[in-house]
Design a protein. Structure first.
Length: 271
């Protein structure tokens, strides 16, 4: 496995260009070691001893490509991550959406890059708490990682994964089971989990709220702009976009309006 211990420049460029083409994720010399580490692990799993042989396999096998892209993504998340966003959702965004819609209906939310499901379940619990009847909600949760989606769909979290959930939410929305906690079916049922590569159009339209936090940071400016434009196309008039606290649309060619609330900053499709 000599060529996997050290990913030479030619092979690095092959993988870098293919990953960018297929996902929009950018690998630079700075994070090259991450790619090399994930690639070595993938080759070990597959019993392949050449990065070039594996490259040829990826480009000819769509399922293997999905598995490889899954292996190189970073899936760090937790329940109620960046509480300020959920405060803004509760105290500003949802009341605004209800005002805009005027008559009770269904509020549609997308958790893009949902990882192992903590974000969409957090949103679902919060919506269940704050949304008055006869209002309803539905959540689309998507990710490029099939492994993460399987965990998310299962709705089981080990004891060390429930840090950050308020005690009253934990008691109300989870069942204690062997080794951890299982989300209640009524919260799970409001979420549709689906594989999606942000490089492609989601085919979603008229979404009221989109969460895509700590995802576009892995894209270059061209790919970021393309993803943000696709979000715009998928969203309803007067809808809201949350991105990560370390991400920004500043200087990007986009129609989204920057919005600063008492709780957090976000973006609005203000037409």
């Amino acid at each position: 496995m000599a060529d996997t211990v050290f990913l030479n420049d030619a092979n690095f460029e092959l993988y870098r260009d293919m990953i960018y083409k297929e996902s929009g994720i950018t690998f630079t010399p700075t994070n090259r070691s991450i790619l090399e580490s994930r690639l070595k692990e993938r080759l070990r799993e597959k019993g392949i001893d050449s990065v070039k042989t594996y490259y040829d396999k990826i480009i000819s096998d769509k399922e293997e490509l999905k598995g490889f892209l899954d292996s190189i993504t970073t899936n760090l998340t937790r329940f109620f991550r960046n509480q300020a966003h959920f405060d803004a959702l509760e105290k500003f965004v949802i009341p605004e959406v209800m005002k805009i819609k005027k008559t009770p209906g269904t509020i549609r939310i997308w958790s893009a890059g949902c990882s192992t499901g903590e974000e969409p379940y957090t949103i679902s619990m919060l919506m269940n708490e704050i949304l008055p009847k006869p209002w309803a909600y539905e959540i689309l949760a998507s990710d490029i990682s099939l492994k993460c989606l399987m965990t998310a769909k299962e709705g089981f979290y080990a004891d060390n994964r429930i840090v950050g959930i308020p005690d009253n939410y934990l008691a109300k929305y989870f069942d204690k089971v062997d080794g951890g906690y299982k989300i209640h079916a009524d919260i799970h049922s409001k979420i549709k989990f689906d594989y999606h590569n942000l490089k492609n159009d989601s085919q979603q339209r008229n979404l009221d709220v989109v969460f895509c936090r700590n995802v576009i940071i892995y894209f270059d400016e061209v790919a970021q702009t393309a993803v943000i434009k696709r979000f715009w196309d998928s969203m309803a008039s007067k809808s809201f976009l949350f991105i990560g606290h370390s991400e920004s649309l500043f200087g990007m060619d986009t129609k989204f309006e920057f919005l600063k609330t008492e709780w957090a900053t976000l973006y609005r499709k203000n037409i």
